[in-house]
Ligand binder design. Structure first.
Ligand SMILES: [Zn+2]
Length: 445
């Protein structure tokens, strides 16, 4: 979930082992011979539009099914559907030498949102793994299948460059598996039997959370018409409805989920808002609510010394609960992933995270190119990708000085603060442009 003013910057994959102009992943502006879409969240499709026709677009079968509804009129003959786990050979032409380049690409289930895949590129130009957004939970069978497919596709190859989803690349981010977090959402709903419930979701993702809510409460979940169309395409039609009278549980779009909305709804009926997100809360960063009793609610369940802290649900406003339901891997999951892949180099794909730390800071020693220098992370602040983009390191300077939880919050408070900072800039806009979407950039979390 991107709850900061500036959208995340994602560098082109054409770095290191790949020659520029051959392959672009989630980048749609540059000239390239083959384009790869990891998934349909807005921050990965920026620059893609119905009339886009720069070249062949590779994606998973589910993404291919959903894409026409996102981009009506898109030239479908451009789509190249990759079956997950099945290597596809490609022959491209080197823009510099003019010689033929043989590449093999394999899509691997990223377990992030419907259709999301990683891409493994192997061949004449080396071995590159681009994760896109992903969450591989240790207990998830789908992640286990993905892991097996990845190792099989690698076949002993060493990954030269790992482009990593570093959204939560910080030890302060530890999440329960999504199934556990979904049960926490169910528990909150059950503890408010006389309330209407609104759950914040995006245009894609968190379907399994809503299905678990529906099954546990034996009720349908309301969604808006466009979202119902997506649900139908995904085969979830039995769970969802657009008839508000048949259910007290509604899933609403992010741009509608505001403090103002919850206050307004509560003038009509008692209503509780639930924000499923990996993003932590900073209770002091928004207006203090005297009715809020956070005692005991903001403590982590594993707060003992030396134990990792796992985020728990929090009541962050009189009418709002935050539940740490994340579609991105948490720190320990990222660590296990890197230990599995053992890349030569690792690079983050998110460059303006509120709590950004270069993945090399924590995981550089897990890379095969690691050379201990005695000076930790001496390249911090000096890193440039091959396309000349300087990697942001500003938050790291803060991170060195503060205790773990505090430094996460410090970075967040200065860069985002959803119901605090963001509220202050969305409200005037909303007053001027009532009902206008403020940001479609934000996704997941
Ligand atoms: Zn995403």
């Amino acid at each position: 979930m991107r709850l900061f003013k500036h959208p995340p910057f994602r560098p082109c994959i054409c770095v290191a082992a790949m020659e520029k102009g051959l392959i672009a992943v989630d980048r749609w502006g540059e000239a390239s011979q083959a384009y790869f879409l990891t998934h349909l969240h807005a921050d990965h499709t920026r620059g893609l539009f119905p009339g886009w026709a720069k070249g062949p677009l590779f994606c998973s079968p589910v993404t291919a099914r959903l894409l026409p509804s996102r981009f009506p009129g898109f030239e479908l003959s451009l789509l190249r559907v990759l079956d997950v786990g099945v290597p596809r050979p490609l022959t491209l032409d080197s823009p510099t030498s003019g010689t033929s380049v043989s590449i093999r690409v394999t899509a691997i289930d990223a377990c992030h949102c419907p259709g999301a895949v990683m891409y493994l590129f192997q061949g004449d130009l080396g071995c590159v793994l681009y994760t896109g957004d992903f969450r591989w939970e240790p207990t998830d069978k789908r992640a286990w299948v993905g892991k097996k497919a990845l190792l099989s596709a690698l076949g002993g190859d060493e990954v030269d460059v790992l482009h990593l989803d570093n959204t939560f690349c910080n030890p302060c981010f530890e999440f329960h598996p999504r199934e556990v977090a979904a049960q926490q959402v169910v528990d909150i709903i059950k503890s408010h039997p006389d309330h209407d419930i609104v759950i914040c979701i995006d245009t894609l993702g968190k379907e399994e959370l809503l299905v678990q809510v529906s099954d546990s409460l034996n009720t349908k979940v309301w969604v808006w018409p466009e979202r119902l169309q997506t649900m139908d395409l995904l085969g979830y039609d039995r769970v969802f409805t657009t008839k508000s009278r048949v259910t007290r549980v509604r899933a609403i779009p992010r741009y509608s989920f505001t403090v103002e909305t919850l206050i307004a709804l509560n003038t009509l009926r008692p209503t509780v808002g639930i924000l499923p997100s990996g993003l932590p809360w900073e209770p002091n960063s928004f207006q203090k609510d005297p009715s809020l009793d956070l005692a005991g609610e903001n403590t982590s369940i594993n707060s003992g010394r030396g134990q990792k802290e796992t985020q728990v649900p929090k009541k962050c406003h009189q009418y709002i609960f935050s539940v740490p339901y994340s579609s991105h891997s948490c720190y320990s999951e990222i660590r296990e992933f890197i230990k599995l892949v053992r890349p030569s180099k690792v690079r983050g794909i998110v460059f303006s995270s509120f709590c950004y730390i270069n993945p090399r800071h924590f995981f550089g020693s897990l890379c095969t190119s690691y050379q201990p220098s005695g000076q930790p992370s001496t390249d911090l602040g000096k890193n440039r990708t091959a396309d000349g983009v300087r990697e942001t390191q500003t938050v790291y300077a803060v991170a060195c000085e503060l205790p773990r939880r505090e430094r996460c919050m410090k970075g967040r408070a200065t860069r985002m603060g959803w119901l605090g900072v963001r509220r202050s800039w969305t409200s005037p806009l909303r007053r001027q442009r009532r009902g206008v979407k403020i940001s479609e950039e934000a996704d997941h979390g």
